[in-house]
Design a protein around this ligand. Structure first.
Ligand code: GCU
Length: 678
């Protein structure tokens, strides 16, 4: 038995529901499908563990509908339901929940078992807000079709950019399948996740074998657990798998032998796992092999793989994180930010229907602040996934509180001006171009730590990611408050206090880290903590170019790398000039003098000093607020989080002092407020 906590699924009896304790006597169901047993089990738990009633009876294969009463009825959505719900159509994964007062019956109706499961979780979520079953009325369906999680777990057992312990899928090249696997699937289904890739995009030697008989039966067991929660399983594959396995000498996508190899491998895979989701690929990136080796395009590469799984309904998710990671710092024209667009824009329209390009939210790499990737506004005839990083690689590594939903919401709302329906949300929801295969993928922040996410408050990012994908209309605050209720209960003081701490924590983090969108300034390789020149003279193309006069990267067309031109108008014009570039991205687009005056009326140098002092003060206030929760929440969570907040404060001070001192020494400008700068 694995040891883990139940996170937001830690059901507790609610006194608000006392009045309906004996109302639900039977769970009736006439829906069939893989998810039904789990939906019924979840309801049983809800009745006993949240409402506090007796365990309800179960009645499947219901025939005489008119005789049902005193319970919950899971049913296929029909015309009567449609009429009762103002013409609502649930589609593939939606549901209606309503109360039939005459028969004292809660009805959860959907077109299939997955919709029912989501309806059940939605019903329970509302119960846990303290709502009586008779008051719950919902008609909901997901806004985003593919709501995916990418694990960067290695079979050795470690996790690339993992900040919550080791993998719960692998240990020392063994696949782990236990009660935690099942609980994880349940947790993810509860927030609407419907696709998960279980291995790192950097596919090392042993992991290439995941698609072979060495591991396939165990992969199938995980697949089947996931399927019973409506989740499709994906695997990351190594583009050069035939070579890595020493079966072929090349992995050229146009080579007949290579095509045959993949056809055979895919056919066998689908023979063992007929409902397998497909492949996730990182190619020609950071040392990974890919079609460039053979002078082929990424469309050649992706389509070749996609054609080997199209007939089984499989998809290829192809990442656009392709850039030259061997840059010379003296070369000021090569710009890593340009790379994804430059590599992929010319291929628009060349990808097969079952290929989707997975595009990181920004052009560089999950920095605390980046502009939105210009590819979203550039590609028009290609399926697209937005990729965000729930794991806090550059946002405090789950040692710092940094609630990321506000950042993701800003990205989804960004208007690319590609068409009338030009927001990133409209593009990745399929609204803009009507494509089936589009969605959002998040690099997950989970591991085998007892509480799943290391920092307890990082749970808000995982929960929030799923909820945001399902219902993009929810505000970041609504999502945060909902998570707090599910995690800590219905107490208003607790809700307000935790929300005060996490609500603006991304902006707080931004204040004490790299200024005005310039990014990086972290310790090389582990990416934690300040090191202003850590990446300044290296090969990864991540510079800030600070000198005695100013700082920032000139990405204009007029004098810089030309990156600004990758946007549609008006962004390309706005980003071209400092006056029209939003302050928070100024140093991403321009190299500016320290005495340039921002929209806020402050000079850049004074802004740097002020925000870094403010950031630390805000963390101090977070700690004061958290201390008010002592005795009011689970003491283990209280202490664990307090430890992390204290660490965050020390780290924030280090950031403040390093950055302020660095720019004081470079610029020679005094802080107007005369505070201590070393
Ligand atoms: C970042 C990260 C790597 C990761 C890569 C990717 O560069 O630091 O660990 O492999 O992103 O997204 O592929």
């Amino acid at each position: 038995m694995a040891v883990f906590e139940k996170a937001w699924l830690n059901y507790r009896v609610l006194k608000e529901l006392e009045g309906c304790r004996n109302d639900i006597k039977v769970i009736f169901s006439d829906v069939k499908g893989k998810c039904i047993d789990n939906a019924i089990n979840e309801l049983k738990l809800a009745v006993t563990d949240i409402i506090g009633g007796d365990e309800p009876g179960i009645c499947t294969c219901v025939r005489i509908v008119s005789e049902l009463s005193d319970g919950i009825y899971l049913k296929l959505y029909n015309d009567d339901d449609k009429e009762l719900n103002d013409g609502f159509e649930p589609g593939e994964e939606g549901y209606a929940v309503y109360y039939d007062a005459d028969n004292r019956l809660t009805v959860i109706a959907a077109d299939n078992d997955r919709g029912i499961l989501y309806g059940v979780f939605a019903f329970i979520r509302n119960l846990r807000k303290g709502m009586l079953p008779s008051d719950i009325r919902l008609t909901e369906k997901p806004d985003i079709t593919f709501r995916m999680l990418d694990h960067w777990d290695n079979m050795y057992g470690d996790i690339e950019r993992g900040y919550s312990g080791n993998s719960f899928f692998y240990d020392n090249y063994r696949i782990i399948i236990d009660d935690r696997t099942e609980f994880y699937a349940r947790m993810m289904a509860s927030i609407g996740i419907n696709a998960i890739a279980i291995n790192n995009v950097n596919v090392h030697q042993e992991e290439t074998l995941l698609i072979t008989d060495k591991y396939l039966n165990e992969v199938k067991r995980i697949n089947d657990i996931f399927a019973s929660y409506g989740i499709k399983l994906y695997l990351s594959v190594n583009y050069a798998a035939p070579v890595e396995m020493v079966e072929l000498e090349v992995s050229d996508p146009l080579d007949e032998g290579v095509i045959e190899w993949w056809k055979k491998a895919s056919a066998h895979l689908y023979d063992v796992i007929p409902d397998f989701g497909g492949y996730l690929v990182k190619a020609d990136s950071e040392g990974r092999p890919g079609p460039f080796t053979y002078g082929r395009t990424h469309a050649d590469g992706a389509n070749m793989l996609a054609r080997t799984i199209a007939q089984y309904g499989g998809n290829v998710i192809w990442r656009c994180f392709v850039y030259n990671c061997r840059q010379d710092w003296r070369d000021r024209k090569t710009d890593r930010a340009r790379a994804a667009y430059d590599h992929f824009i010319g291929l628009d329209g060349e990808f097969d229907d079952n290929v989707v390009l997975q595009i990181k939210n920004g052009p560089v790499d999950f920095q605390p602040r980046e502009p939105v990737s210009p590819l979203f506004g550039g590609l028009k005839k290609t399926n697209m996934f937005l990729e965000v990083q729930i794991a806090q690689e550059y946002t405090g590594q789950q040692r710092h509180v940094c609630y990321l939903v506000p950042m993701w919401k800003e990205i989804l709302d960004f208007n690319t001006y590609a068409s009338d329906k030009g927001t990133v949300k409209e593009i990745v929801s399929g609204e803009a171009y009507g494509n089936r295969l589009c969605g959002i993928a998040g690099v997950t922040n989970t591991g085998n730590d007892i509480n799943w996410t290391g920092h307890d408050l990082a749970g808000a990012n995982l929960y929030g990611y799923g909820r945001m994908c399902f219902d993009t209309a929810l505000s970041a605050e609504e999502i945060a408050r909902e998570w707090i209720t599910q995690e800590f209960g219905t107490d208003k003081f607790i809700n307000d206090t935790v929300y005060d701490i996490i609500g603006n924590s991304w902006l707080t983090y931004e204040k004490y880290t790299p200024p005005l969108g310039v990014g990086w300034m972290v310790n090389p390789s582990n990416h934690y903590g300040p090191n202003v020149d850590g990446y300044e003279y290296d090969r990864w193309g991540t510079y800030h170019f600070a000198d005695c006069k100013g700082v920032g990267v000139d990405r204009t067309v007029a004098t810089g790398t030309g990156y600004a031109s990758q946007y549609n108008k008006p962004w390309s014009d706005r980003y071209e000039k400092p006056e029209t570039t939003p302050d928070e991205l100024l140093l991403f687009f321009h190299h500016m003098d320290y005495d340039y005056v921002l929209d806020s009326g402050k000079t850049i140098i004074q802004h740097i000093y002020d925000t870094h002092f403010e950031g630390v003060e805000e963390v101090e206030r977070m700690i004061d607020k958290w201390k008010k929760l002592e005795g009011k929440i689970n003491p283990v969570i209280y202490e664990r989080t307090l430890d992390r907040l204290n660490e965050q404060l020390e780290s924030a001070k280090e950031w403040r002092d390093r950055i302020n001192t660095y720019f004081y020494r470079k610029s020679g400008t005094e802080d107007k407020k005369g505070r201590t700068i070393y």
